[in-house]
Design a protein around this ligand. Structure first.
Ligand code: SF4
Length: 346
């Protein structure tokens, strides 16, 4: 009897298979939360049918910032110096607005050395996805506390965090970011939906993902361990991603479901688990985050979204053609323009 033929690999709308979205083999520790996030990013880009060569990956320094090497080898990639990824990404995305920006950073890279750059990326609403792989420690330099470590959290060696933690989501909402979400590397379903939504958003989409460091911060006393996050996870909603062309027909339950429509027509459908929570209410999102912090909860889900907020490209009124492809005649004003400016100043 002839052997049954293996099923052909699934293809996306571009006719590509998952293999076309693969990267190099990970060199991170086995079980590191960052590896699960790389898998979810790869799947989301494949499912959305993003052309890999139209994606630009950016990162800084740290275990997290090595991650872009482990997915989408066919994409552009720039590993910047510590904390300086936002300025590199801003420049690249201004020079070529047709690229889809995807940044991966860590809590140390973002909330300590890079915080000056991070806050300005948020207030400019640079069109990119910014993933923070948040484990509360500097894994690459043997596990010192980072600025997102919760006060009272204990290191393996007994040191106790005694400073207030930087909450990157609260900071982002306060600075006017237009898509802010928190998730957990161990929650495949929620993280996948939020990543798809983030990749369909046109401004800065900040996704803070709790991603335990199994080597230095996964013990009792840590508030960034797998066990602690699982026990204290408070999902705001059940999140589903509805692609642009899919009919909305099912399970609509007024008062319990909110659809956030993204600029390409896709939707994040949020089935509310908590009475009264609306991710379009900025001050409500901030006060809910503060209440969760006080209660020792990890609030996950879509915290805030404003899909219509103007991006940096809108504010600069850039031409549709990528700046990097404009001929000199279009970027250099003729001498008559300079003459007119000089004349107006005389
Ligand atoms: Fe991941 Fe921690 Fe290992 Fe770094 S040290 S790769 S963060 S588990």
């Amino acid at each position: 009897m002839p052997e049954p033929k293996p099923a052909a690999p699934r293809q996306n709308r571009l006719g590509l298979t998952v293999v076309d979205y693969k990267g190099g083999k990970t060199t991170l520790c086995a079980g590191c939360g960052h590896n699960a996030i790389s898998e979810r990013i790869l799947e989301a880009c494949f499912d959305l049918g993003l052309p890999p060569e139209r994606v630009a990956k950016f990162s800084g320094i740290g275990c997290s910032s090595k991650s872009p090497a482990y997915f989408m080898s066919r994409s552009h990639s720039f590993n910047a110096v510590h904390g300086r990824m936002p300025s590199v990404a801003t420049g690249a995305l201004l020079a070529n607005r047709t690229l889809r920006g995807l940044g991966v950073s860590g809590d140390g890279d973002t909330a300590s050395i890079g915080i000056g750059q991070f806050v300005h990326l948020l207030r400019r609403n640079v069109p990119m996805v910014y993933v923070i792989e948040n484990n509360g420690v500097y894994g690459l330099t043997k596990g010192q506390f980072s600025a997102t470590a919760d006060p009272g959290s204990v290191l393996k060696g007994g040191a106790v965090a005694d400073l207030p933690a930087v909450d990157t989501c609260a900071l982002a909402i306060q600075l006017g970011a237009s898509f802010v979400a928190r998730s957990f590397s161990g929650d495949k379903r929620q993280l996948s939906a939020l990543l798809r939504g983030a990749l369909s958003h046109r401004g800065t989409a900040l996704l803070d993902v709790l991603s335990p460091c199994v080597t230095f911060n996964d013990h009792e006393g840590s508030t960034k361990s797998f066990a602690w996050v699982k026990e204290h996870d408070e999902p705001l909603q059940e999140v589903s991603y509805v692609p642009a062309l899919e009919e909305i027909a099912v399970e609509y339950d007024p008062g319990a479901t909110v659809d956030v429509t993204l600029h390409d027509g896709a939707r994040l459908r949020l089935k509310k688990l908590e009475e009264g929570y609306d991710p379009r209410d900025r001050s409500g999102a901030l006060s809910r985050l503060l209440a969760a912090q006080a209660a020792g909860e990890v609030l996950t889900g879509l915290l805030y979204a404003d899909p219509a907020a103007p991006t940096l490209l809108d504010r600069l009124e850039l031409v549709e053609d990528p700046l990097a492809t404009l001929p000199a005649a279009r970027v250099r004003p003729p001498p008559s323009v300079l003459e007119a400016i000089n004349a107006s100043l005389r």
